[in-house]
Design a protein around this ligand. Sequence first.
Ligand code: AMP
Ligand code: MG
Length: 277
Amino acid sequence: MPLLKALDGKKPIKLADHDPDYHNGLIEADAIARADKLLVEMRELQTLMYAAQETAVLVVLQGLDTAGKDGAISHVMTGLNPQSCKVASFKVPTPIEAGHDFLWRIHQHTPQLGCVNIFNRSHYEDVLVTRVHQLVPPKVWKSRYQHIRNFEHLLSDSHTVILKFFIHISKDEQKGRLLEREQDPTKSWKLSVGDWHEREYWDKYQKAYQDAINETAAPHAPWYVVPSNHKWFRNLAIAETIVNALSPYRKGWMKHLEAEGLKAKAELSAMRANEPN
Ligand code: AMP
Ligand code: MG
């Protein structure tokens, strides 16, 4: 049984049913050892995918402040070759970005065939923070669900494997992590008064996330709710989900590479027959 369930939109979910503390009874040392093995497998799969040039991967990471988007990225990156992997972080739109449709800045960062791109925040901010802070009228953010569904359909039809993770922590855990940042000089650069203000909107964010997940989960673009109070469980669960999603492609990629190899060998033989050296 995989650690995370793929939410494909067939049955609406309630975030309250997902316990951020969940760790499947695992202990940290075992989880880290398992994750290490998965990272090796991920690297092998990525190498094949890069060589085959038939498939792309888009990993979307969403979550509230301190949820662990940065931590999840730095963990998963240790299993990826940076040559064919990119991270795009989406902040408050610049005036130029805000002067375009909300998907304009996103589309430029989608992965090309053979590559894995990771989104640290994404187009989902346009149905989350914009909704919670009433930056646009409800009619506007509501209409965006359909635009997102269409956009992700287009990416999927263009051979992109889409994996969307909601990094789920509890309100108490967030408080602990914010206070910890004040004690740790290596983390205090992340401190922001805004993060404490945002806590007042906690329930509104939970509702906005729940709706976004239910509105946009699809078999070709599943959401995964990642219990993330335990960082080691979060890392293991994400690594496992990526490996499980890519493994079914292995045979097809190998077949493609073998066919390419045979073609190249035939060309070499023909060349040698004509010009022996
Ligand atoms: P951080 O990820 O902590 O560096 O913060 C980035 C900030 O940019 C967060 O507060 C996001 O909510 C905000 N942000 C990202 N995308 C959008 C958007 N489309 N509209 C408004 N704010 C955004
Ligand atoms: Mg922040």
